[in-house]
Design a protein around this ligand. Structure first.
Ligand SMILES: C[S@@+](CC[C@H](N)C(=O)[O-])C[C@H]1O[C@@H](n2cnc3c(N)ncnc32)[C@H](O)[C@@H]1O
Length: 251
């Protein structure tokens, strides 16, 4: 399978961070495009918490989540079973080689994947292939140039810089958010429309625990300590900039 070097990995801290997400908190821009009976593909569904919201919105339409990680597919499947959802399934696959025929879906969604990809246009082209003519895509990624954190202590600035450099070295691009319209248009989509929003981390440990866990795993304890010390400051504030893009496949 054609995989990426995914920076955040799939440990318990990362799962705790991802399962907080719902369609309403993180994918609300896409809700107006979902109708009962639609078939939807969620690319890189992770533990599937947003995917479950999509499946509820389009029921009885069928929703499939794909992820390159077998552990995520197993987790998404188990969580959907526990939630008693019958119109939702998960498959192990790369976004570059979707295991579906041309024109299979009414809609494609992807949250927090494209910033990790070395060839996002190729991924978008593959999404275009599996969409029906006239179908809609919704893609969301962060843009680190829009992040706000305060106070900007030198150690915190260095840790944030190092995280961004690592993700970029791994083949991703931490400034993908602003490029989404260009990426989807280059892949052949039309009518690309972008929006931005902020996610406020309250408490800030929601994000600092995730990043500190990354540095501990990577053998960079000084950056992990800096993040944990910064999070203890009473005035600590951290907001993540998310950019979404909705576009269509030509009829
Ligand atoms: C940050 S998580 C996002 C999960 C979920 N969409 C969410 O926002 O909660 C990114 C996911 O992308 C998956 N991933 C990374 N590269 C991929 C690829 N080339 N094809 C399919 N999945 C990929 C990872 O396994 C991981 O589960």
């Amino acid at each position: 399978m054609d995989k990426e070097n995914y920076t955040l990995r799939w440990d318990e801290t990362a799962m705790k961070f991802l399962v907080r997400r719902t369609l309403f908190t993180h994918g609300s821009f896409f809700i107006p495009h979902l109708q009962p009976g639609m078939s939807v593909l969620d690319c890189a569904s992770g533990p599937g918490s947003i995917t479950q919201g999509i499946a509820r919105a389009v029921a009885p339409g069928a929703v499939v989540g794909i992820d390159m990680s077998a552990s995520q597919v197993a987790l998404g499947t188990e969580r959907a079973r526990t939630a008693g959802m019958s119109n939702l399934s998960f498959r192990e696959a790369s976004v570059y080689e979707l295991p579906f025929a041309d024109a299979s879906f009414d809609a494609v969604f992807s949250h927090a994947l494209f910033e990790h990809l070395s060839d996002p246009v190729r991924a978008a082209r593959e999404c275009l292939r599996v969409l029906k003519p006239g179908g809609v895509i919704g893609v969301v990624t962060p843009d680190w140039d829009g992040f706000i954190f305060s106070p900007e202590t030198p150690a915190m600035v260095a840790a944030a810089r190092e995280y961004q450099d690592t993700q970029n070295r791994n083949g991703g691009d931490v400034r993908t958010g602003r490029k989404l319209g260009a990426i989807l248009t280059a892949a052949g989509f039309v009518e690309a429309r972008m929006q931005a929003r902020y996610e406020n981390f309250e408490p800030v440990t929601i994000i600092t625990d995730l990043l500190a866990g990354h540095f501990e795993r990577e053998g960079q304890p000084e950056h992990a300590a800096a993040l944990r010390e910064w999070a203890d400051l009473p005035e600590a504030f951290f907001a993540e900039a998310w950019v979404s893009c909705v576009a269509r496949k030509r009829d």
